[in-house]
Design a protein around this ligand. Sequence first.
Ligand SMILES: [Mg+2]
Length: 291
Amino acid sequence: MHQISWEDSIWFFDIDDTLITTTTSEITLLGSNAVKDMLLKQFSEKDAEKLRKDFVNIFNILLAGHRGNHTPEYQNLINKIDAYQVDIKNEFGATKRWSREIFLKIAADKNNLQIPSDLLNKTINYYWKSISENAVVLPHVKEFMDLLIKHNKRIYLVTGSDARLVLKDNNQFSYNPISSEQFKQSRLLPLKNKGIPYTFACIGDPIDKPHKVLFQKAFQMAQKDLGHKINPKSAIIVGDSYSADLATPLEQLSFGLGILYKNGLKKTEVISDNQINLGNLLDITQFLKTQ
Ligand SMILES: [Mg+2]
């Protein structure tokens, strides 16, 4: 298979479910409790609890669909999410599926409750704060990051947008890619103190994974950081989704190696000349040339 030396290697990582997890049932519960706490400023205990439950339910339907379970319920939800983004679709060419603001708005609609735009924004800020604080670094990540540092390697992150949308008076949502990105940049910073001392995070605002533009942007940021051109064959992308993380760098940008992290995979598998599947990041080292 294609061999890259430690010295030449340039590292790009997905974050969610590759380096950290934020989707355990415990973290989801804590996040939804943060939603409820903020909603209690305006809603009764009973209504806030209904909104909390529906918010979680919407998240779970979307997550299951994202993982391939395309139920009619999922398609119905996608239609509702897209219906709130007519202006965004016109301006940016696509809608944002993962906007937590829209999840909460759809939950409010279902319960015939009105939620003002500023409360919606505050509630989702508080939700993300909870998610960031409770994120769990996955096994072997710290050790692997230490190894990269030992080899004088930089850590570049490529991650999806938080899709911070704002409810407007016409009952549509608007999107400012700059403020959406700034929000995510600041909420990622604590990762540096959790054993992931990254150089930069390239975020999917306005164009998200798996579009080529986002990975090209990350590649250019890396060249700028290093002060020289990079041979794409020296670039390594690590992620937990082939279609979202690996497909574009490998198939369109000639990256040298794709590492598909599969939580729980016991035995490392060489899939092709440029793809390895593994459940322990430390296993990557055996595929790198030492000189
Ligand atoms: Mg991921």
